[in-house]
Structure formats: structure tokens, C-alpha cells
Design a protein around this ligand. Structure first.
Ligand SMILES: C[S@@+](CC[C@H](N)C(=O)[O-])C[C@H]1O[C@@H](n2cnc3c(N)ncnc32)[C@H](O)[C@@H]1O
Length: 499
């Protein structure tokens, strides 16, 4: 099953590479030291150290203080990352090796694990409510979720990736975090249909040689090299070119990679800037409090325009992070624009409205679901909901739109776990609070429990939403015998609490 963000990293179990093999594998970058960055030895040393875990608190469900207190209860120290103070959701640094996906609050969607440097692109995207956003290489979706929540979980975000299994991971993360303003698509981003219409913001978090992830993927050391980077650059250029085409005049594109290779970074950006001949400009990128380096302007005999220095490079030894590259681009207001997208009209039968009403009544949800959300049917399995103003295009055909919340093709129909996490705070009936840690863990392990009479006071036999300390965890069946049967999924968005 798909992984939930960085929840269960590290990805490889290889021991850290020796300093000599790292220095050998990365030797081609040695000339950059003293030109755009200093301290080669500190750089190599940093790549041998494990990386701090980083979590962000899901806005609207937990703030940084709540998350820190939950971690402190478990004896885990955490501290806010100062240069991510303006990112959506407070970012906390934790000791390396911490496995967030094994904790109830992670399964309940109160937090997301995402490497600190990976949180920078969305910070620099300059999002505002109402922006229509395309995330061209989106899976497993940490940045998509940041974008979606920065927009207040409203409006329209398209999250694209061409790997089906990775889209499943992305959808799992969005479901756990209660994201309702995203439609996913599966397409080669370099050929993304222009019918998708213009976007105010486009994120191109490009597939790359990933050298900047050596701290959590030490096994990569044997695979590095200029050839690999040159191979990747063709696809990266195609992705960035398509983003320029789909960007609304005056809009912004953020191109990022987690690699050091100039072939995949400044050279890609320089070529696309040159092709655009003034219709695209590079905005200098800066994050207060972050020690970053400039973009490279000379590489292996090629001189690039000075403006490329405005790219942002994060070297691992500067802030004790992974490595990262960012270029922020703005499309000229007078440049050409693709036509507006034809919107997809959601399908909803009168019977589906009856399903929604019955569900709302069962759980005592005060405001009708079909008014709070754009409820629609994508498959015969059941109903999805999305933000009321979510407006995906007809093309490309969506893989999924919004959050699958109600399974109607089984008897009795069932609120999904994602639906319970999203709606469980509003429920006034059929809610069972399991506050004891043992009971909570038994529920997450799919064990049958016997709640006290007081705990089931508001519940009739039938389906109930289970909460822990006010936070919804999922769905269960309360039997006439008084036993509670857990319906927590065997596999749930990278969580292993059900283990
Ligand atoms: C660096 S990862 C993206 C990480 C993601 N933005 C996040 O924050 O979780 C790059 C992604 O690009 C996808 N990809 C590779 N080539 C692609 C293409 N031609 N079109 C669309 N997606 C592509 C890969 O499947 C991979 O999921």
C-alpha cells in the first residue's frame, strides 16, 4: 500500500556512505565550492548524518502547540522550524528516525510528515484564495496538501502525476488530511492538455536525480552522475515548457528539484527563459532566516545570464537539511493565454441527495451536506464531496475529484474513514468517544471492544463515529450486545497504528 508522505521514511536501509565514496560520487560539484558555496568538508559530512524528521500540523485540526504537546506526552522533543514560520501549518523538527505514521494523531489527520526543505516551494508560490492551481508532478502529495490548505480548502487545485500507484498514495494523503478542493489527473505533464485552461499558479516539482535526498537514501550514492542528470533534463524542460504555456499571464510558476545538478536546475530554467524571449522572468527567491545560496551562473564552460543567480539553492550543511533547488518564474502580463477551461458538471441523481440526507440525519449533522459541499457521484461505489466552488475541467479526465465519503453500494451503506475524519467534528449523534489510550489503540487495531454505558449514551445500535479526545478516528458498528466492532481500514494512508 502507498506510503503516507514521509511518515515511514527512511526509504532505504543502507548505512550512510563513507566520506570518500560521497566525495568521489559528488566530485564534479567540487568547483562550485568557494564560488557559490563554502566548506566542502562540512557538505560531505552533513550527507553522512541522519536527517531530522519534520511534521506540519494540519490547519483547522491542530495547531503547532497541540502537536508539540502530543509529542511531549510521548517524550518526543520537537521545535518549530523558524524559516518555515510562514508555511501553511506549523512545521516542527523532531529527532531523526521518528515514525509519525505509527501514532493515532497521524491516522486522524492532525499532521503530515514532510521533509523541511520540501515545504519551501509552496511558501514561495505566493498563493491567495481564489487562485486556480496546477501541481504538475504531485505525488505523493505533501505539496498538493499544502497548496490546498493554503487556499482554505476552497477553489480548484489540479494534482497530476503519471504514476498510478503514486496517485493512490496522493489520494490517501489528501483523504487523511480532509482535503476537498483537489482533482487528480494522470497524464504526462509534458503533454498536459491545454483544455485544462489557464492557471494562476503552477508547481513543477520535477522528477530528478534526487541527490539532495542522500541523507535518507544513502544507497543513491552509487547511481549519481552527469549522464543521469542529462537524461532527466529533457523531461524537466518539457514539464517546465508546458507549465509556461498553461500559466495565466501575470501568473507564477515554481520549478523545484531535490538535486544539486545544474543540468537539471539552472540549465533547464535558462533554456526555457531564453525560449520565452522576455515573456517570462525569474524572480529572485529568498526565505527569511534560511541560509541559502545563489543559483549557479557558470557550469562546465557554459556561462549563464547573471539573473540565474536569483534561483535559490539549499545546501544540506547550511541548515542541516536535505538539498533543494527552487526557481520562481513570472509570466508576462501581455503574454498569450490558453482558453478558459470548460467546467465539468458534477453528476448527482435525486436518489443521491436522499443518501446525503439520510447520512446527515443519522449523525445529526446540522447543515445539509449537499449545501456545504459539491456532492457528486463518480462511480457506482458511492459519493464524493468537494468544496462548493471546486470547478475541475472536462479535460483531462479526472482520476478522482474531492473526497470519497459515502459508500452506497453495500448494505447498509457506510460513511468512509475519510468521511468520518472530515465530518466527525460536526456530528451530534451516533458518536462514541474512546478517550482511554487502550480503547483507542484497540479500535485502531480493529479489535472488538465493549464501551461503557456512559460512552455509548448518545448512540443507538448501528454505525457510529469513533472519536478520541474530540478528534474523529473512523467508523465502527455498535451491536445490540453492546460490543463495538471496529471498521478501521486494514491499510489507511500509510498509517501503521492498526498494525
Ligand atoms: C519529486 S516527485 C514529486 C513530489 C511531490 N510534489 C510531493 O511533494 O509529494 C516527482 C513526481 O513526478 C512524477 N512524474 C515523473 N515524470 C512525470 C511526467 N512526465 N508527468 C507527470 N508526472 C511525472 C513522478 O511519478 C513523481 O511522483
Amino acid at each position: 500500500m502507498a506510503l503516507g508522505g514521509d511518515a515511514d521514511r527512511p526509504e532505504t536501509t543502507a548505512p550512510p556512505a563513507g566520506a570518500a565514496s560521497l566525495a568521489h560520487a559528488l566530485a564534479r560539484y567540487r568547483p562550485l565550492f568557494d564560488e557559490v558555496v563554502d566548506d566542502w568538508d562540512a557538505f560531505i559530512d552533513s550527507l553522512r548524518r541522519p536527517l531530522a524528521t519534520c511534521l506540519w500540523a494540519r490547519p483547522g485540526r491542530a495547531d503547532g502547540g497541540t502537536l508539540q504537546a502530543l509529542l511531549a506526552e510521548q517524550g518526543v522533543p520537537s521545535s518549530p522550524v523558524p524559516w518555515l514560520a510562514d508555511a501553511p501549518g506549523t512545521a516542527l523538527a523532531l529527532p531523526p528516525g521518528f515514525k509519525a505514521g505509527q501514532h493515532w494523531w497521524y491516522c486522524a489527520g492532525l499532521a503530515h510528515a514532510q521533509e523541511a526543505v520540501s515545504q519551501l516551494p509552496v511558501l514561495l508560490l505566493d498563493l491567495a484564495p481564489g487562485h486556480r492551481v496546477l501541481d504538475l508532478c504531485a505525488a505523493p502529495g505533501g505539496k498538493t496538501a499544502q497548496v490546498a490548505l493554503s487556499l482554505g480548502n476552497r477553489g480548484t487545485v489540479l494534482a497530476n502525476d503519471f504514476a498510478m500507484d503514486r496517485i493512490a498514495a496522493l489520494q490517501g494523503n489528501l483523504d487523511r488530511l480532509g482535503v476537498v478542493n483537489v482533482t487528480t489527473t494522470r497524464w504526462d505533464g509534458g503533454n498536459y492538455p491545454v483544455g485544462a485552461g489557464p492557471f494562476d499558479r503552477i508547481l513543477v516539482d520535477a522528477p530528478c536525480s534526487s541527490e539532495g535526498t542522500l541523507r535518507r537514501n544513502p544507497g543513491l550514492v552509487t547511481k549519481l552522475g552527469a549522464e543521469r542528470s542529462t537524461r532527466m533534463a529533457g523531461r524537466q524542460r518539457a514539464l517546465l515548457r508546458k507549465a509556461v504555456k498553461l500559466c495565466r499571464p501575470g501568473g507564477r510558476i515554481l520549478y523545484s528539484t531535490c538535486t544539486f545538478a545544474p543540468e537539471e536546475n539552472e540549465l533547464v530554467v535558462a533554456d526555457v527563459l531564453a525560449e520565452q524571449d522576455g515573456r517570462l522572468r525569474l524572480l529572485p527567491a529568498h526565505v527569511p532566516g534560511l541560509l541559502s545560496g545563489p543559483g549557479v551562473t557558470r557550469w562546465q564552460g557554459r556561462a549563464l545570464p547573471d539573473v540565474l543567480a536569483g534561483c535559490l539553492r539549499v545546501w544540506p550543511h547550511a541548515n542541516d537539511t536535505g538539498g533543494f533547488f527552487i526557481a520562481v518564474l513570472e509570466k508576462d502580463g501581455a503574454a498569450s493565454c490558453v482558453p478558459e477551461a470548460e467546467p465539468l458538471h458534477p453528476a448527482l441523481e435525486p436518489a443521491d441527495v436522499d443518501w446525503c440526507r439520510a447520512l446527515g440525519e443519522h449523525y445529526g449533522i446540522p447543515e445539509p451536506l449537499e449545501i456545504q459541499f459539491r456532492v457528486h457521484r463518480q462511480t457506482r461505489r458511492g459519493l464524493h464531496l468537494a468544496a462548493p466552488d471546486h470547478a475541475p475541467p472536462v479535460a483531462p479526465r479526472p482520476e478522482g475529484s474531492g473526497l470519497f465519503f459515502h459508500r452506497t453500494n453495500i448494505r447498509p451503506p457506510k460513511l468512509t474513514t475519510a468521511g468520518a475524519l472530515l465530518l466527525g467534528r460536526q456530528a451530534t449523534r451516533q458518536v462514541l468517544d474512546l478517550d482511554a489510550p487502550d480503547a483507542r489503540d484497540a479500535y485502531l487495531r480493529r479489535q472488538t471492544l465493549t464501551p461503557t454505558v456512559a460512552q455509548r449514551a448518545s448512540c443507538r445500535p448501528g454505525q457510529v463515529i469513533v472519536r478520541h479526545r474530540g478528534h474523529p478516528l473512523g467508523v465502527a458498528v455498535l451491536h445490540r450486545s453492546g460490543e463495538l466492532e471496529s471498521l478501521f481500514p486494514r491499510k489507511w494512508s500509510g498509517c501503521t497504528a492498526a498494525g
